[in-house]
Design a protein around this ligand. Structure first.
Ligand SMILES: [Zn+2]
Length: 505
């Protein structure tokens, strides 16, 4: 046999399209030609594959070798095809039986000595191979990720020699599925440890229940960051599909997946100095950004006004579409980015605007310039605005009269409220399409007229109005009501009242 076919997987966004490696040996001057890979990648791969085959004690055929990686239009980079290429050369030269390669897919980079190195994006490849009814051979270094996927059959391999032996009489055994730990809550603020701030805690509960975006405005030292850090403790475990999506994103981004993180909603808190590429993704070799790493979880932007304006503007697309598309001249990549935005900021440059003690010395002009960084369209996409005040010294000293609910109690409420939403409409209230609002958000007549009034009085855009209806829906759900009442709309309007704009008014 002088022709061999081996299957492998590319990496495109969080997908893993099939790539076929066809290797043909013919007589002629010894040479190795590769088609379907960029020139530099070919050169590097050729050296690694040749050296690894020789170091594995196998024969590198002294013939004319032509390798085709198809389809040609999938962007291919990195060494993830090395192992597939090496095995296809061994099969084409008759050193191992080609038919044994028919029902398996191969992934792995080779070191010159023949060791198999880990690659990125293993989770999407395992899912795709399983769905195609094939097994998958992956680097041992990626075993942790590969065994997360249910009902898949994968082998972990550490050297080219052992991969060769697997197909020629010394088969490896499939890796057992991982038993995943029960979700734990480490490193998360317990909400009852935050003193006072009753309104802010209620806002957190509402935001968590419906997945609404939230902005906290208040002077430094009032616990905004602590409150945001308590948010993950209010969220239920992810379902299997979302948990796997989160694992796939980390696998593609090259972020190590810790077993303890399984099914935990991600919580990402990038620094305000972060670039647009770091936030939304991109770069020369396109990688996902924070909005994608926060998929199915929370993106927390502390000191919101310190982020560069164009970075904040780049959030508009993912906030609206739940995904981000990065385009290059020759191709485009889409990543999931369905996250909940939690933001915090000071009310003015010095932080004390609104404080009765009159500490603030900022001029109205300076405050206006400071607030201008947050554009109207971005504010429009934030449903819950809450002002966080300083606690009086008495409030700080005296323990609360009634015990405050802890994170576990609030999580129970959030879980029930989310179940109501999923049973009714199959998604969170935040994600309801405008066309489905009439169907899923029935209102009492008084509620409808209040919506009309707020639209006129607050000059709300259609989008802002839809978002207010969705927030009212969550408030009604928390009360266990099917029909939205005027009181729910009034509360939603109060939360939507633009805290930031009111500072300049
Ligand atoms: Zn000030």
């Amino acid at each position: 046999m002088s022709l061999a076919i081996v299957y492998t997987r590319a990496n495109q966004g969080v997908d893993a399209p099939l790539v076929t490696v066809e290797t043909h040996l013919s007589n002629g001057l010894p040479a190795l030609n590769m088609v379907g890979l960029p020139e530099t990648a070919v050169k590097e791969s050729r050296e690694r594959v040749r050296s690894a085959i020789l170091n594995a004690g196998l024969e590198f055929p002294a013939r004319r070798i032509t390798i085709n990686l198809a389809p040609a239009d999938i962007p291919k980079s990195g060494g993830r095809y090395d192992l597939a290429i090496a095995l296809s050369i061994l099969a084409a030269s008759g050193q191992l039986p080609a038919k044994k390669l028919a029902d398996i897919e191969i992934l792995g980079e080779l070191a010159l000595a023949g060791d198999v190195r880990g690659v990125q994006g293993v989770v999407p490849a395992v899912i795709a191979a399983r769905d195609a009814g094939r097994r998958l051979m992956v680097p041992s270094a990626n075993a942790d990720e590969a065994t997360l996927v249910r009902n898949a059959s994968s082998f972990g391999v550490d050297t080219l020699r052992n991969a060769f032996l697997h197909f020629s009489g010394k088969p490896l055994s499939p890796m057992p599925e991982r038993t995943l730990p029960v979700q734990t809550m480490s490193g998360i603020t317990e909400i009852s440890s935050v003193r006072g701030q009753v309104l802010a805690k209620r806002a957190l509960l509402i935001a968590a229940a419906g997945g609404h975006n939230m902005l906290m405005v208040g002077p430094p030292g009032t616990g905004k960051t602590l409150l945001a850090n308590a948010m993950p403790g209010l969220l239920p475990s992810l379902n299997e599909a979302d948990a796997l999506a989160v694992a796939a994103v980390r696998s593609v981004a090259g972020v190590r997946f810790e077993a303890a993180d399984w099914a935990c909603a991600p919580f990402r808190a990038p620094h305000h100095g972060a670039s647009a590429v770091a936030i939304v993704g991109g770069g020369r070799h396109i990688t996902p950004g924070e909005v994608t790493l926060a998929h199915a979880g929370i993106l927390f932007l502390d000191e919101l006004t310190e982020f560069k304006r164009h970075v904040l503007e780049s959030l508009r697309e993912p906030l609206e579409a739940g995904m981000i598309t990065i385009s290059r001249a020759e191709y485009r990549v889409s990543y999931p980015a369905r996250f909940q935005l939690i933001a915090a900021m000071n009310p003015c440059p010095c932080g004390y605007a609104g404080d009765e003690r009159g500490f603030c010395r900022c001029t109205p002009d300076r405050i206006a310039r400071y607030l201008e960084k947050i554009s109207g369209p971005l504010l429009d996409r934030i449903d819950v605005h809450v002002q966080i005040g300083r606690l009086s010294s008495e409030e700080l000293r005296r323990p609360p009269k009634t015990p405050e609910p802890d994170s576990a109690q609030l999580r129970e409420q959030v879980t029930q409220c989310r179940q109501t939403q999923f049973v009714r409409q199959g998604c969170l209230n935040r994600e309801l399409d405008a066309e489905r609002l009439d169907e899923f958000c029935p209102m009492q007549p008084a509620a409808e007229s209040l919506i009309q009034q707020s639209m006129e009085k607050l000059h709300l855009s259609a989008r802002a109005c839809h978002r207010m209806i969705k927030l009212s829906r969550t408030l009604a759900d928390l009360d266990g009501e099917q029909i939205i009442s005027a009181s729910h709309v009034a509360q939603a309007a109060a939360f939507r009242h633009f805290a930031v704009r009111s500072l300049t008014a």
